[in-house]
Design a protein around this ligand. Structure first.
Ligand code: SAM
Length: 292
């Protein structure tokens, strides 16, 4: 059994803060994020130059170290040592919440496995910002991150989601948005409701909502709509209406046997089920006897 409880309350001083930063509008930086960045010993950043300008904006001068997808593995041991010495580290990405389609997952997993304290400092996240203003159902959604870049792989990934009833959320790059939306319209159907959030929190923030075909056409008609950063949201599939066709019904066989057990002898019941299914009478009989 695996169980771990961690609390910053009475833990040793070394710890990692996972700090969200703005996705465009610098006013979305939280006061707590600024205070934490000011207080830590080291800031681990996806792109140190990018983070340097964020820190300068808030009047901070910090020791930076890079942590990106190509060196994360190597950085883990170094940062683990810093924490073991009682140092504090903040992890930031270029925009939004680290680890959400951004580096940091290996670091957090390994630090927690080594018993270190990891503290989230929440803030901006493009998928949450987009969903919150999309008008699509938000009670249940799934986040798929970036789809594969290759068209055939992307279409195969979308195909697997056709019957998904939760709202689907994707990140997409500007040079792929048109192809991706065209694939969505074809695979989910021209009438599936979608919403594309672009350049959130920035000057040209735009939401385009409508049927998949209408949104594809709107983006194709205005080249500006292919610029910037995108969150694509697709309404989930409608739940299938219950069918009154008995031959197509899916039956919970064990529940049915349980309710018939007191009315028909187990042997007769097993014979009847065996006659209408590929199951063996002997196996069904055993299961009937085992039912409470
Ligand atoms: N960690 C980030 C977060 O919390 O949202 C996401 C990082 S991921 C590398 C970058 C992608 O997030 C972009 O390609 C885009 O799909 C989405 N994104 C980031 N900022 C955005 C914005 N201002 N408007 C729309 N989408 C954005």
């Amino acid at each position: 059994m695996f169980l771990q409880t961690s609390s910053a309350h009475d833990a040793p001083p070394g710890r990692l803060y996972v700090v969200a930063t703005p996705i465009g509008n610098l006013d979305d930086m939280t006061r707590r994020a600024v205070a934490i960045l000011a207080a830590v010993d080291v800031v681990a950043a996806e792109d140190t130059r990018h983070t340097q300008s964020l820190l300068s904006h808030f009047g901070l001068q910090k020791t930076l170290c890079s942590l990106h997808q190509h060196n994360e593995r190597a950085r883990v041991d170094y940062l683990k040592e810093l924490l073991a010495e009682g140092k504090t580290v903040a992890l930031v990405s270029d925009a939004g919440t680290p680890l959400i389609s951004d580096p940091g997952a290996t670091l957090v997993t390994e630090l927690r496995a080594a018993g270190h304290i990891v503290i989230p400092v929440p803030g901006a996240c493009a998928l949450i910002a987009a969903l919150s203003a999309s008008g699509l159902p938000t009670d249940r959604f799934i986040f798929e991150g970036f789809l594969p870049a290759k068209s055939s792989n992307r279409r195969a990934a979308l195909q697997k989601l056709v019957t998904e009833q939760r709202t689907l959320v994707f990140y997409e790059a500007p040079h792929r948005i048109q192809d991706m939306m065209a694939d969505c319209a074809e695979i989910f159907g021209a009438d599936r409701e979608v919403c594309v959030g672009r350049e959130l929190t920035k000057t040209f923030e735009t939401f385009i909502s409508g049927t998949a075909k209408a949104v594809v056409d709107a983006i194709a008609a205005d080249h500006n709509q292919t610029r910037g950063e995108f969150v694509v949201m697709i309404k989930g599939a409608e739940a299938e209406a219950p069918s009154d066709d008995l031959s197509a019904a899916t039956i919970d066989l064990l529940a049915l046997l349980g309710s018939l057990k007191s009315k028909i002898s187990p042997s007769d019941l097993a014979s009847a089920v065996a006659a209408a299914s590929p199951l063996k009478k002997r196996d069904i009989y055993k299961q009937i006897l085992a039912l409470d």
